[in-house]
Design a protein around this ligand. Structure first.
Ligand SMILES: NC(=O)c1ccc[n+]([C@@H]2O[C@H](COP(=O)([O-])OP(=O)(O)OC[C@H]3O[C@@H](n4cnc5c(N)ncnc54)[C@H](OP(=O)(O)O)[C@@H]3O)[C@@H](O)[C@H]2O)c1
Length: 445
C-alpha cells in the first residue's frame, strides 16, 4: 500500500479533531483509498499547553518549519488560522513540492489567487473543503459533482453564529445584543464577534464559492457585505406576519438572459452578503440554529440543497479528511491533475458593482400618521421608476408616528438607496428607513 505521510501546522480545535479522526478512521479511510495514512508531525504554538485532544509529545513541535521542511512529509495540513504567517507556511509548503490542505477561508479570501498560482507552478495542489460551510462538502459538489452545470445562483447560510442569533430572535422576545451575549457565553460566538456578525466570515466564504462556480478568483473587496447588527425584532416580526423569515445570506447570481456587456464575453456576477427576507415556504427558511446550508441552482441539475454543521471540531475535521483523501490519491496515482481544486477558466470574469445589482426590498418607514404622506412617498418612488408591490400599515401601532411597510419590486440598489435618502428627508418621516432585500428564488432568476 502507498504510504502517505502528513504533517499538521495547528493542533487546536480543528487540528485536534483531525488527529482524533485519523486515529479513529484513518485505517478505514486508507483501505478505501488504497493508501496508508500517518501523521508524522504537528506544529503548535505552545508545546506545554494542556490539550483536550491528547497528542504524543514525540510528534509535537513548536517550529512550523519542522513540518514544512521535513522531506518525509508529503502533505501539509494548515490549521493554524490567521493570514500573514499562514500565507508564509502555505507558500513554503507548496514551494517545497508538498500539497496543502487548509481550512483557512480568511487566507484564501486574501491570497487565494496567488497561492493557487504557486501550487500550479510547483505541480502540487491546494485543497480547501473545510474553508466553506464546515462539514458540508460544498467545494467538492461544485468542483466535481456539478462540473457539467452552469451555475445560475448560489444562496448560502454560511455563518452559524448569525443563524443562531437570528433563529433565537425569531422565536423569542429578545434583541440582538442580548442574544449575542448569550451566544458568547455558550461558545457559539467569539469574544470579538465582528468577523461573524458583521458578515465578513460569510463574505470570505461567498468569495470562495463564487470563484469556484465562475472560474475567476473573486477579490474579497468586490464582495458587498452587510451584517446583522442592525436588525431588530420589530422587522423580524413584520417579516413573519408577511410570510417571511430573515436570514444572513451569501448571494451569488449570474443572469444569463441579460445582454452581455459590450466587449465582454462574460455576464458579471453578483457576489454579496446581506440579511434577506426569504419566504417561509423555501427550504432555506427552515435551516435553523447553528446549521449551515447552501442552495445551488445549476442549468442541468436544477435546484439542489446541502445542509449540515458549518463549524465545530468533528464536522470540520471530516472536511479536512476529504481533502487529505484527495491529496493522498494524487500521490498514489502520481498526478496533480485529477480534478484540480481551482481552475481559473474565465478570463473576463467580473463582479457586478452592488449599485447595479437589482433586488426586491422590504422597507420600513416611521411616518407621521397624517394625510398626504403616502402620496409624497409614492411620488418619490415613482419618479425614480421604482414600483411598490404593497403598502402595509401594521395594526396595533397607534400614535403620532406609525410604522409603514413597503414591499418594492425589482430595482437597482443605488436607485433604491437614493430614493430612500430623499424619503428620509421628508418632515413626516422620522428616523432612518430600514431596507432589507427580499429573495424569492424565482425559477427563472
Ligand atoms: N473551529 C472551527 O469550527 C472551524 C471551522 C472551519 C474552519 N476553521 C478554520 O480552521 C483554522 C483553525 O481553527 P481552530 O478553531 O482550530 O483554531 P485554534 O483552535 O485557535 O487552533 C490554532 C492552532 O494553531 C497553532 N498555532 C498558532 N500559531 C502557531 C504558530 N506560529 N506555530 C505553530 N502553531 C501555531 C495553535 O497552537 P497552540 O495550540 O499551542 O495555541 C493551535 O494549535 C482557522 O483557519 C479557522 O478559520 C475553523
Amino acid at each position: 500500500m502507498r504510504k502517505v505521510t502528513l504533517g499538521l501546522v495547528g493542533g487546536g480545535t480543528v487540528g485536534g479533531g483531525v488527529y482524533q479522526a485519523i486515529k479513529k478512521n484513518g485505517a478505514l479511510m486508507g483501505s478505501r483509498l488504497g493508501v496508508q495514512l500517518t501523521i508524522a508531525k504537528i506544529a503548535v504554538r505552545k508545546l506545554k499547553k494542556a490539550r483536550a485532544v491528547k497528542m504524543p509529545a514525540s510528534i509535537l513541535t513548536s517550529n512550523w518549519r519542522d513540518v514544512v521542511d521535513d522531506p518525509a512529509i508529503e502533505v501539509v495540513v494548515e490549521l493554524m488560522g490567521g493570514v500573514k504567517l499562514a500565507r508564509e507556511v502555505v507558500r513554503a509548503a507548496l514551494e517545497n513540492g508538498k500539497s496543502v490542505v487548509t481550512a483557512n477561508k480568511a487566507l484564501l479570501a486574501a491570497h487565494g489567487e496567488e497561492l493557487f498560482q504557486i501550487a500550479g507552478k510547483y505541480g502540487v495542489n491546494l485543497y480547501y473543503e473545510a474553508s466553506v460551510a464546515g462539514g458540508i462538502p460544498i467545494i467538492k459538489v461544485l468542483r466535481e459533482a456539478l462540473i457539467g452545470n452552469r451555475i445560475s445562483s448560489i444562496y448560502g447560510i454560511l455563518n452559524g453564529t448569525c443563524n443562531y442569533i437570528l433563529t433565537r430572535m425569531s422565536r423569542e422576545p429578545i434583541e440582538f445584543n442580548a442574544v449575542l451575549k448569550q451566544a458568547q457565553e455558550l461558545g457559539y460566538a467569539e469574544a470579538e464577534p465582528s468577523l461573524d456578525v458583521d458578515g465578513f466570515d460569510a463574505a470570505h466564504k461567498t468569495g470562495i464559492l463564487a470563484s469556484l462556480a465562475y472560474g475567476f478568483w473573486v477579490d474579497q473587496h468586490d464582495v458587498h457585505v452587510e451584517g446583522i447588527r442592525g436588525l431588530s425584532r420589530l422587522d423580524i416580526g413584520f417579516a413573519d406576519q408577511l410570510g417571511y423569515v430573515i436570514k444572513l445570506l451569501g448571494v451569488i447570481k449570474q443572469d444569463p438572459e441579460k445582454p452581455r456587456r459590450s466587449g465582454q464575453g462574460f455576464q458579471p456576477i453578483q457576489a454579496s452578503v446581506y440579511p434577506a427576507l426569504i419566504p417561509k415556504s423555501h427550504v432555506l427558511a427552515n435551516i435553523n440554529g447553528v446549521f449551515n446550508a447552501v442552495f445551488v441552482r445549476g442549468d442541468i441539475v436544477g435546484d439542489t440543497l446541502y445542509c449540515g454543521h458549518g463549524a465545530g471540531q468533528d464536522a470540520t475535521a471530516s472536511a479536512v479528511l476529504s481533502d487529505i483523501g484527495d491529496a493522498a490519491l494524487d500521490l498514489k496515482w502520481e498526478t496533480s491533475n485529477r480534478i484540480p481544486p481551482f481552475v481559473p477558466h474565465e478570463r473576463s470574469g467580473a463582479v457586478r458593482p452592488m449599485d447595479e445589482v437589482v433586488s426586491r426590498y422590504y422597507v420600513r418607514l416611521n411616518v407621521m400618521d397624517k394625510p398626504g404622506v403616502f402620496a409624497r412617498i409614492s411620488a418619490i418612488l415613482a419618479d425614480a421608476g421604482i414600483g411598490i408591490s404593497s403598502i402595509i400599515q401594521p395594526e396595533g401601532h397607534g400614535g403620532r408616528v406609525v410604522p409603514v411597510i413597503l414591499m418594492i419590486y425589482d430595482a437597482a440598489n443605488k436607485r433604491m438607496g437614493d430614493a430612500l435618502k430623499t424619503i428620509a428627508k421628508l418632515d413626516a418621516v422620522k428616523g432612518k428607513p430600514v431596507m432589507i432585500r427580499v429573495e424569492q428564488f424565482d425559477p427563472n432568476e
